[in-house]
Ligand binder design. Structure first.
Ligand code: HEC
Ligand code: HEC
Length: 208
Protein backbone atom coordinates (compact mmCIF):
# COMPACT_ATOMS: atom_id res chain seq x y z
CA UNK A 1 0.00 0.00 0.00
CA UNK A 2 2.78 2.42 0.93
CA UNK A 3 3.96 2.07 -2.67
CA UNK A 4 0.55 2.56 -4.27
CA UNK A 5 -0.11 5.73 -2.30
CA UNK A 6 2.98 7.37 -3.80
CA UNK A 7 0.60 8.57 -6.51
CA UNK A 8 -1.18 10.56 -3.82
CA UNK A 9 1.83 11.93 -1.92
CA UNK A 10 2.62 14.97 -4.12
CA UNK A 11 -0.74 16.50 -3.23
CA UNK A 12 -1.70 14.88 0.09
CA UNK A 13 1.74 14.54 1.70
CA UNK A 14 3.43 11.55 3.35
CA UNK A 15 0.85 9.45 5.28
CA UNK A 16 -1.76 11.94 4.08
CA UNK A 17 -0.46 14.67 6.39
CA UNK A 18 -1.19 17.46 3.91
CA UNK A 19 1.24 19.83 2.19
CA UNK A 20 1.87 23.56 2.32
CA UNK A 21 -0.62 24.06 -0.47
CA UNK A 22 -3.59 25.78 1.19
CA UNK A 23 -6.09 23.80 -0.85
CA UNK A 24 -4.82 20.18 -0.84
CA UNK A 25 -6.58 18.47 2.08
CA UNK A 26 -5.07 16.28 4.76
CA UNK A 27 -6.32 12.64 4.70
CA UNK A 28 -4.54 10.94 7.62
CA UNK A 29 -6.78 9.85 10.51
CA UNK A 30 -10.12 10.79 8.87
CA UNK A 31 -12.89 8.17 9.33
CA UNK A 32 -12.50 5.31 6.81
CA UNK A 33 -16.18 5.37 5.82
CA UNK A 34 -15.91 9.10 5.11
CA UNK A 35 -12.76 8.68 2.98
CA UNK A 36 -14.34 5.81 1.06
CA UNK A 37 -17.47 7.87 0.36
CA UNK A 38 -15.26 10.66 -1.04
CA UNK A 39 -13.28 8.31 -3.30
CA UNK A 40 -16.51 6.81 -4.60
CA UNK A 41 -17.94 10.32 -5.12
CA UNK A 42 -14.89 11.40 -7.16
CA UNK A 43 -15.00 8.17 -9.14
CA UNK A 44 -18.65 8.56 -10.16
CA UNK A 45 -18.53 12.36 -10.52
CA UNK A 46 -20.75 13.23 -7.55
CA UNK A 47 -17.81 15.29 -6.30
CA UNK A 48 -15.81 17.20 -8.92
CA UNK A 49 -12.08 17.94 -9.03
CA UNK A 50 -10.68 16.79 -12.40
CA UNK A 51 -7.26 15.43 -11.23
CA UNK A 52 -9.01 13.26 -8.61
CA UNK A 53 -11.80 12.28 -11.03
CA UNK A 54 -9.27 11.06 -13.64
CA UNK A 55 -7.03 9.30 -11.14
CA UNK A 56 -9.85 7.21 -9.68
CA UNK A 57 -11.90 6.61 -12.83
CA UNK A 58 -10.56 3.09 -13.45
CA UNK A 59 -9.81 1.88 -9.92
CA UNK A 60 -11.87 -0.95 -8.44
CA UNK A 61 -14.09 -0.58 -5.42
CA UNK A 62 -11.78 -2.89 -3.48
CA UNK A 63 -8.85 -0.59 -4.25
CA UNK A 64 -10.80 2.45 -3.05
CA UNK A 65 -11.59 0.68 0.23
CA UNK A 66 -7.91 -0.12 0.72
CA UNK A 67 -6.93 3.52 0.16
CA UNK A 68 -9.60 4.62 2.66
CA UNK A 69 -8.43 2.12 5.32
CA UNK A 70 -4.79 2.99 4.77
CA UNK A 71 -5.21 6.75 5.21
CA UNK A 72 -7.66 6.35 8.08
CA UNK A 73 -5.08 4.29 10.01
CA UNK A 74 -2.30 6.87 9.59
CA UNK A 75 -1.48 9.20 12.45
CA UNK A 76 0.79 11.75 10.78
CA UNK A 77 2.18 14.83 12.46
CA UNK A 78 -0.53 17.43 12.99
CA UNK A 79 -0.76 20.41 10.64
CA UNK A 80 0.60 23.79 11.63
CA UNK A 81 -2.30 26.22 11.94
CA UNK A 82 -2.20 29.29 9.77
CA UNK A 83 -5.50 30.99 10.56
CA UNK A 84 -6.68 33.83 8.30
CA UNK A 85 -6.56 37.35 9.65
CA UNK A 86 -10.15 38.42 10.20
CA UNK A 87 -11.88 40.64 12.76
CA UNK A 88 -13.13 39.45 16.13
CA UNK A 89 -16.73 40.05 14.91
CA UNK A 90 -16.21 37.58 12.09
CA UNK A 91 -14.72 34.96 14.44
CA UNK A 92 -17.55 35.48 16.95
CA UNK A 93 -20.13 35.00 14.20
CA UNK A 94 -18.36 31.80 13.09
CA UNK A 95 -18.19 30.53 16.67
CA UNK A 96 -21.93 31.17 17.18
CA UNK A 97 -22.91 29.30 14.00
CA UNK A 98 -20.65 26.34 14.78
CA UNK A 99 -21.78 25.92 18.39
CA UNK A 100 -25.41 27.13 18.28
CA UNK A 101 -26.44 27.58 14.65
CA UNK A 102 -29.09 30.20 13.87
CA UNK A 103 -32.53 28.69 14.28
CA UNK A 104 -34.32 31.76 12.82
CA UNK A 105 -32.48 31.08 9.56
CA UNK A 106 -32.80 27.26 9.79
CA UNK A 107 -29.05 26.84 10.28
CA UNK A 108 -28.32 23.87 12.57
CA UNK A 109 -25.32 23.96 14.90
CA UNK A 110 -22.37 22.22 13.23
CA UNK A 111 -21.56 20.47 16.53
CA UNK A 112 -24.92 18.64 16.28
CA UNK A 113 -23.39 16.32 13.67
CA UNK A 114 -19.64 16.95 13.75
CA UNK A 115 -19.64 16.38 17.54
CA UNK A 116 -19.20 18.60 20.59
CA UNK A 117 -15.43 18.38 20.20
CA UNK A 118 -15.72 18.63 16.36
CA UNK A 119 -13.87 15.35 15.83
CA UNK A 120 -16.68 13.75 13.79
CA UNK A 121 -18.37 10.38 14.21
CA UNK A 122 -17.48 7.06 12.56
CA UNK A 123 -18.14 5.89 9.95
CA UNK A 124 -19.21 8.83 7.74
CA UNK A 125 -18.86 12.19 9.52
CA UNK A 126 -15.48 13.90 9.34
CA UNK A 127 -14.03 16.12 12.04
CA UNK A 128 -13.68 19.83 11.29
CA UNK A 129 -10.39 20.43 13.11
CA UNK A 130 -7.05 21.17 11.49
CA UNK A 131 -8.63 22.18 8.14
CA UNK A 132 -7.67 25.35 6.29
CA UNK A 133 -10.15 28.13 5.71
CA UNK A 134 -9.72 28.14 1.91
CA UNK A 135 -10.49 24.41 1.80
CA UNK A 136 -13.53 24.72 4.11
CA UNK A 137 -15.04 27.63 2.20
CA UNK A 138 -14.46 25.86 -1.13
CA UNK A 139 -16.25 22.74 0.14
CA UNK A 140 -19.22 24.71 1.48
CA UNK A 141 -19.30 26.59 -1.85
CA UNK A 142 -19.19 23.25 -3.68
CA UNK A 143 -22.33 22.13 -1.90
CA UNK A 144 -24.08 25.44 -2.51
CA UNK A 145 -23.28 25.34 -6.25
CA UNK A 146 -23.67 21.58 -6.74
CA UNK A 147 -20.08 20.55 -7.56
CA UNK A 148 -19.90 18.53 -4.36
CA UNK A 149 -22.78 16.23 -3.45
CA UNK A 150 -22.98 13.36 -1.01
CA UNK A 151 -25.26 10.34 -0.74
CA UNK A 152 -28.96 11.26 -0.41
CA UNK A 153 -30.30 12.67 1.77
CA UNK A 154 -27.40 15.08 1.36
CA UNK A 155 -27.64 16.85 4.71
CA UNK A 156 -24.62 19.12 4.01
CA UNK A 157 -26.33 20.45 0.88
CA UNK A 158 -29.26 21.48 3.09
CA UNK A 159 -26.94 23.05 5.69
CA UNK A 160 -24.79 24.88 3.11
CA UNK A 161 -27.92 26.07 1.29
CA UNK A 162 -28.87 28.15 4.34
CA UNK A 163 -25.47 29.84 4.63
CA UNK A 164 -24.69 33.24 3.08
CA UNK A 165 -21.23 34.16 1.74
CA UNK A 166 -20.60 35.97 5.03
CA UNK A 167 -21.58 32.91 7.07
CA UNK A 168 -19.24 30.72 5.00
CA UNK A 169 -16.37 33.14 5.46
CA UNK A 170 -17.01 33.30 9.22
CA UNK A 171 -17.30 29.54 9.89
CA UNK A 172 -14.29 28.80 7.66
CA UNK A 173 -12.17 31.40 9.49
CA UNK A 174 -13.31 30.31 12.94
CA UNK A 175 -12.79 26.58 12.27
CA UNK A 176 -9.30 27.28 10.88
CA UNK A 177 -8.30 28.80 14.24
CA UNK A 178 -8.96 25.47 15.99
CA UNK A 179 -6.16 22.96 16.17
CA UNK A 180 -6.59 19.22 16.34
CA UNK A 181 -5.46 17.97 19.77
CA UNK A 182 -2.91 15.13 19.55
CA UNK A 183 -4.58 11.72 19.75
CA UNK A 184 -8.05 13.06 18.95
CA UNK A 185 -10.20 10.63 16.94
CA UNK A 186 -13.74 10.46 15.55
CA UNK A 187 -16.40 9.40 18.11
CA UNK A 188 -17.53 5.78 17.76
CA UNK A 189 -20.49 5.03 15.47
CA UNK A 190 -23.80 5.50 17.29
CA UNK A 191 -22.38 7.68 20.07
CA UNK A 192 -24.83 10.55 19.45
CA UNK A 193 -27.96 11.01 17.31
CA UNK A 194 -27.96 13.50 14.41
CA UNK A 195 -30.55 16.31 14.28
CA UNK A 196 -31.66 15.07 10.82
CA UNK A 197 -30.74 12.30 8.41
CA UNK A 198 -27.54 12.11 6.35
CA UNK A 199 -27.13 9.48 3.62
CA UNK A 200 -23.41 9.25 4.48
CA UNK A 201 -24.17 8.19 8.06
CA UNK A 202 -26.37 5.08 8.21
CA UNK A 203 -28.92 4.90 11.06
CA UNK A 204 -28.73 8.63 11.78
CA UNK A 205 -25.97 8.17 14.34
CA UNK A 206 -28.46 6.66 16.82
CA UNK A 207 -27.53 3.93 19.28
CA UNK A 208 -28.21 0.49 17.83
C1 HEC B 1 -3.02 16.63 -8.27
C2 HEC B 1 -3.18 16.59 -6.83
C3 HEC B 1 -3.85 15.37 -6.22
C4 HEC B 1 -3.47 14.03 -6.34
C5 HEC B 1 -2.32 13.43 -7.14
C6 HEC B 1 -4.38 13.29 -5.47
N1 HEC B 1 -5.28 14.16 -4.87
FE1 HEC B 1 -6.81 13.62 -3.63
N2 HEC B 1 -7.46 15.58 -3.60
C7 HEC B 1 -6.81 16.64 -4.19
C8 HEC B 1 -7.59 17.86 -3.96
C9 HEC B 1 -7.21 19.28 -4.41
C10 HEC B 1 -8.74 17.49 -3.21
C11 HEC B 1 -9.90 18.39 -2.79
C12 HEC B 1 -10.76 18.52 -4.04
C13 HEC B 1 -12.02 19.31 -3.89
O1 HEC B 1 -12.95 18.84 -3.27
O2 HEC B 1 -12.09 20.41 -4.45
C14 HEC B 1 -8.59 16.04 -2.98
C15 HEC B 1 -9.49 15.30 -2.23
C16 HEC B 1 -9.28 13.98 -1.83
C17 HEC B 1 -10.09 13.27 -0.87
C18 HEC B 1 -11.24 13.84 -0.06
C19 HEC B 1 -10.67 14.50 1.20
C20 HEC B 1 -11.70 15.04 2.14
O3 HEC B 1 -11.36 15.33 3.29
O4 HEC B 1 -12.86 15.20 1.77
C21 HEC B 1 -9.59 11.99 -0.79
C22 HEC B 1 -10.10 10.87 0.10
C23 HEC B 1 -8.45 11.92 -1.70
N3 HEC B 1 -8.29 13.13 -2.32
C24 HEC B 1 -7.67 10.79 -1.89
C25 HEC B 1 -6.62 10.69 -2.82
C26 HEC B 1 -5.90 9.46 -3.11
C27 HEC B 1 -6.18 8.11 -2.44
C28 HEC B 1 -4.96 9.77 -4.06
C29 HEC B 1 -3.95 8.82 -4.71
C30 HEC B 1 -4.52 7.67 -5.38
C31 HEC B 1 -5.10 11.20 -4.37
N4 HEC B 1 -6.12 11.72 -3.59
C32 HEC B 1 -4.32 11.91 -5.26
C33 HEC B 1 -5.63 16.59 -4.92
C34 HEC B 1 -4.98 15.43 -5.31
C1 HEC C 1 -27.13 16.96 9.86
C2 HEC C 1 -25.71 16.69 10.08
C3 HEC C 1 -24.69 17.76 9.75
C4 HEC C 1 -24.70 19.09 10.19
C5 HEC C 1 -25.73 19.81 11.05
C6 HEC C 1 -23.48 19.68 9.66
N1 HEC C 1 -22.75 18.75 8.94
FE1 HEC C 1 -21.03 19.06 7.91
N2 HEC C 1 -21.01 17.14 7.27
C7 HEC C 1 -21.97 16.19 7.56
C8 HEC C 1 -21.68 14.96 6.84
C9 HEC C 1 -22.50 13.68 6.87
C10 HEC C 1 -20.50 15.21 6.10
C11 HEC C 1 -19.80 14.24 5.12
C12 HEC C 1 -20.51 14.34 3.77
C13 HEC C 1 -19.87 13.49 2.70
O1 HEC C 1 -19.93 12.26 2.81
O2 HEC C 1 -19.28 14.07 1.78
C14 HEC C 1 -20.11 16.58 6.38
C15 HEC C 1 -18.98 17.19 5.84
C16 HEC C 1 -18.62 18.50 6.08
C17 HEC C 1 -17.45 19.15 5.52
C18 HEC C 1 -16.40 18.53 4.60
C19 HEC C 1 -15.13 18.22 5.36
C20 HEC C 1 -13.98 17.76 4.49
O3 HEC C 1 -12.97 17.29 5.05
O4 HEC C 1 -14.06 17.87 3.26
C21 HEC C 1 -17.44 20.44 5.99
C22 HEC C 1 -16.42 21.52 5.69
C23 HEC C 1 -18.60 20.59 6.85
N3 HEC C 1 -19.30 19.40 6.89
C24 HEC C 1 -18.91 21.76 7.53
C25 HEC C 1 -20.06 21.94 8.31
C26 HEC C 1 -20.41 23.20 8.93
C27 HEC C 1 -19.57 24.47 8.86
C28 HEC C 1 -21.59 22.99 9.59
C29 HEC C 1 -22.42 23.98 10.39
C30 HEC C 1 -22.78 25.23 9.70
C31 HEC C 1 -21.97 21.60 9.36
N4 HEC C 1 -21.01 20.99 8.59
C32 HEC C 1 -23.12 21.02 9.86
C33 HEC C 1 -23.05 16.37 8.41
C34 HEC C 1 -23.46 17.57 9.00
Amino acid sequence: MAERVQACTPCHGLQGRGTNDPYFPRLGGKPAGYLYNQLEAFKNGRRKYPPMNYLLAYLTDDYLRQFAEYFSDQRPELPKQNPPEVSKEVLDHGHALVTQGDLDRSIPACVGCHGGSLTGQAPGIPGLLGLRSSYISAQLGGWRYGTRTAKAPDCMQIVAGHLTENDVRAVAAYLATLSQPPGSAPSPAGSFALPFACGSQPDGGKQQ
